[in-house]
Design a protein. Sequence first.
Length: 95
Amino acid sequence: MLQYRVSNPARADIVDILRLSQTQFGDQARLRYQALILTAVQALAERLIRITDAPPAQAHQPHDQKKPAPLPQSTTPPAASAQPPQRTHPRCHQG
């Protein structure tokens, strides 16, 4: 069985939730909520175990040590009057 630890504040919150649900909705609702909370906590614990057991990711190289590839030189001169495309949608340009 998977072992995990629930912190005291989290445990107190769970107890408060279950107590309130029992008071407002009855014993059956409390039991349903208890089962759902237990399932959720176990799923989180399993997921964390899988994450911590995963192989480490490739080390990050700081940006200042990376040498970007040079951009190719263009032989075409830039357009003299490059205009952005005109929007023709009637809602965008109402006069």
